[in-house]
Design a protein around this ligand. Structure first.
Ligand code: 1GP
Length: 251
C-alpha cells in the first residue's frame, strides 16, 4: 500500500476540489455513464465510491465501468472492510471519531490492515465525523453511533483537533447521505479555524447556494451524491461554483 503521500487528494491552500459520490446501489449503467461524461466535461476532481449500506454486488462492476470511461481518480469511501477493491486508486481509511463505537474507530481497520498492506491503493487516513442534521441517517444507524449535535461547533472543533493530533490527514464532516440540511457554515468555520489539515464536507448539499456556503466557510473538498443522481445538470452548476470560488480566492 502507498500510505498517504498527498498524491490523490489535493491539499494546496486556495485550491478547492469537488468529489462526486457514486453509490453502487443507486446507479444504473446508463445513469453512471451519463455522470461520467459530465464529470469529465466539468473537471470533477474525484469519484468517491461507497454507501453506508451496499446491498448489491455492483461495486466492482461500477469501478470497472469508471476505469474504462474516465481518467478521474477513484477513491473508496467504505463503510466496512468488505468494501476494499484494488481497482480503485485510493481509499479513505475512515476512523469514525464522532462516535464511540470501537468497531469503527479501530476494529474494522484491524481486519482491513493486511488487505491494505498488500494492495496498491493509496491509503488516506481520515477522521470521519457524522453530524445530526435532523433525522437519523443510514450512516449513524449502521455505525451504532450518536452523531455530533448540529449546533455545537465547539464539540466538532475539538473532535477534529483530536483527529489531527492523532495523525489523521483529512477531516471529513458528513451530514449523511440525503441529509435534510447540510453541516452548518458555523461548524465548518469553527473546524477549519482549529486544524491545519484539509477539510472535506458532504451530505445534503443540493443547491448551488449550499455548495457555495460550505466552500466559503472553509471546506476544501465538497462531496455531492444524491442531488447529482436526481439531476445530473447539478454537476455542471457545482463545478462552476467550485472553479469560480478558486479563482476568487487566488486573486
Ligand atoms: C454522504 O457526503 C456524502 O456520505 C454525500 O451526501 O448524497 O447528500 O450529497 P449527499
Amino acid at each position: 500500500a502507498r500510505i498517504y503521500k498527498n498524491q490523490l487528494l489535493k491539499t494546496e491552500s486556495n485550491q478547492k476540489a469537488f468529489a462526486v459520490l457514486l453509490d453502487p446501489d443507486n446507479l444504473t449503467r446508463e445513469s453512471c455513464l451519463e455522470i461520467l461524461a459530465l464529470s469529465e466535461a466539468h473537471a470533477v476532481d474525484y469519484f468517491f465510491i461507497g454507501g453506508s449500506l451496499v446491498t448489491t454486488q455492483n461495486q466492482a462492476a461500477l469501478i470497472q465501468l469508471i476505469k474504462e470511461n474516465s481518467q478521474i481518480p477513484v477513491i473508496l469511501f467504505p463503510s466496512n472492510s468488505l468494501h476494499i477493491d484494488h481497482q480503485a486508486d485510493g481509499i479513505l481509511l475512515l476512523s469514525l471519531i464522532s462516535g464511540r463505537n470501537p468497531e469503527f474507530l479501530i476494529g474494522q481497520h484491524v481486519l482491513a490492515a493486511p488487505l491494505l498492506k498488500e494492495s496498491p491503493l493509496e491509503v488516506i487516513p481520515t477522521g470521519y465525523m457524522l453530524v445530526d442534521t435532523g433525522r437519523q441517517t443510514t450512516a449513524s444507524y449502521m455505525s451504532g453511533t450518536t452523531p455530533l449535535p448540529y449546533d455545537k461547533p465547539a464539540i466538532a472543533a475539538c473532535t477534529a483537533m483530536a483527529g489531527e493530533l492523532l495523525g489523521m490527514k483529512f477531516i471529513y464532516i458528513d451530514g449523511g447521505s440525503g441529509a435534510q440540511k447540510p453541516v452548518s457554515p458555523e461548524m465548518i468555520a469553527a473546524v477549519k479555524k482549529s486544524i491545519e489539515i484539509p477539510l472535506i464536507i458532504g451530505g445534503g448539499i443540493n443547491t448551488k447556494e449550499k455548495a457555495e456556503a460550505a466552500l466559503k466557510a472553509g471546506a476544501d473538498v465538497i462531496v455531492i451524491g444524491n442531488q447529482i443522481e436526481k439531476d445530473s445538470n447539478f454537476l455542471a452548476e457545482v463545478s462552476e461554483v467550485v472553479r469560480s470560488f478558486a479563482v476568487t480566492e487566488i486573486q
